[in-house]
Design a protein around this ligand. Structure first.
Ligand code: NAD
Length: 416
């Protein structure tokens, strides 16, 4: 039988597994299997060649029992509603496992930002917010950047929202530029949080990080910062990195300054001086201590998981591992730091951004990082303890912690 790679089917299958272990009430299970609310809308945008392009936009508010929905917006040519649903479900579990008072949401637009001019992108971003302005807000739903969206896009969306509502409300969106109320440390936050979880996993496995080897798939916001931080914080030897165009390898380690400089000049990691070419497939199967998928979904599947040699897989990307691959990695004794725990640093610092916006009082980067460390390390240990107590893998354990918390809030509200 071929594997079902539909991300929402995978998210539901993961929940089903946790529901079974938890012996979750069937009505609660049925409720948590579906998004509470979805918005599908068109965004007409005047393009520079004179025609009007009709873009398709989505926003899913998966569950807001624990607080306002929270989650990024993706601009991607292959965006689908099922990807957005899955990501919104994972946000629900992510805010719950991190124990921050927010729910889960996600948004997306089917478009290719790389083929658009900056002013076209601005009109699209403003159009997205116009379509949603009544349904988002500090106390309803607060979007953030994700794949192919960035602080500038957040700034346009914030401005459009504030024009429409007639008041300042910076917490309506996070991942903003600093002058508009962004948080210190938000840029590297996802990778930084991932590093704290890697530190804890290495401690449990008795792995000395100084000089240990690492491969990173994806060199965007998350993968790029992961390379820098792995190198600077722990002295990890990052021997391979990649992006959508392919990867590079050097057995002695890749210096982040050299790779970043090359990416700034060429837009790609390949052909960085002093490196060999490697494919994305080869990168995932390298004999390294730590593998960091930091690109897109469904990279470790039933087809390649048995060839993964890493001791720790730190899932900075969302949904990089299919359920079949999960079983294989568990059987091989590989320690997986599951996505919605490993990459929770982004939403934790987004939450800090909302808190700072509400108080109009801003923290420095070291305070942000200290508080992030405390939050994500507490979450990591709660998941680890649950895995030990229930004798389950780390992903199931993370679901058990998160689903328990969301179900409790749903029950207390009397929804189910
Ligand atoms: P990004 O757009 O900045 O970078 C994505 C990177 O992945 C790019 O280097 C791109 O070339 C690469 N890529 C795309 N398709 C690929 C493929 N088929 N093979 C190999 N590489 C490919 O995005 P990002 O913000 O760095 O997000 C990366 C992952 O982390 C996503 O799964 C995202 O959902 C997740 N994530 C991001 C954040 C955040 O704060 N940005 C938070 C949590 C999770």
């Amino acid at each position: 039988m071929t594997e079902n790679l539909n991300p929402f089917a995978i998210a539901q299958a993961q929940l089903d597994g946790a529901a079974e272990v938890l012996q979750l009430d069937p009505d609660m299970h049925a409720f948590l299997r579906q998004p509470m609310r979805e918005f599908h809308f068109t965004i007409p945008v005047k393009m520079n060649d004179g025609h009007t392009e009709i873009f398709q936009g989505f926003r899913v508010q998966y569950n807001d029992a624990r607080g306002p929905a929270k989650g990024g917006i993706r601009f991607h040519p292959r965006e689908t509603i099922d990807t957005v649903r899955a990501l919104a479900a994972w946000m629900t579990w992510k805010t719950a496992v991190s124990d921050i008072p927010l729910g889960g949401g996600k948004g997306g637009v089917i478009c290719n930002p790389r083929e658009m001019q900056p002013d076209e992108l601005e009109r699209l971003s403003r159009g997205y917010m116009r379509a949603l302005s009544r349904y988002v807000g500090l106390t309803k739903d607060s979007p953030a950047p994700d794949v192919y969206t960035n602080p500038q896009i957040m700034a346009w969306m914030l401005d459009e929202y504030e024009i429409l509502t007639g008041h300042h409300e910076p917490g309506v969106i996070t991942g903003k530029p600093l002058p508009l109320g962004g948080s210190a440390g938000r840029g590297p936050a996802t990778a930084m949080g991932g590093m704290f979880t890697i530190r804890e996993a290495a401690r449990l496995r008795g792995l000395n990080l100084a000089g240990a080897t690492c491969a990173i798939q994806g060199y965007g916001n998350v993968g790029g910062f992961a390379h820098r931080l792995a190198h600077d914080l722990f002295g990890l030897k990052v021997v391979a990195v990649s992006d959508e165009f392919g990867g590079i390898y050097n057995e002695h380690g890749l210096n982040p300054d050299d790779v970043v400089k090359h990416v700034q000049q060429t837009g790609k990691v390949i052909d960085c001086p002093g490196t060999e070419k490697i494919t994305n497939h080869e990168l995932l199967e390298l004999d390294v201590d730590i593998l960091i998928p930091a690109a897109i979904e469904n990279q470790l599947t039933g087809q390649n998981a048995d060839r993964v040699k890493a001791k720790i897989v730190a899932e900075l990307a969302n949904g990089p591992t299919t359920p079949e691959a999960d079983r294989i990695l568990d059987d091989k004794g590989i320690y997986t730091i599951p996505d919605f725990l490993c990459n929770a640093g982004g939403v934790i610092v987004s939450y800090f951004e909302m808190v700072q916006n509400a108080y109009q009082f801003y923290w420095d980067e070291s305070m942000v990082n200290d508080r992030l460390d405390k939050k994500i390390t507490t979450a990591f240990l709660a998941v680890h303890d649950m895995a030990q107590a229930k004798k389950v893998g780390t992903r199931v354990a993370a679901y058990l912690v998160a689903v328990n918390r969301v179900a409790e809030a749903v029950r207390l509200r009397g929804w189910v």
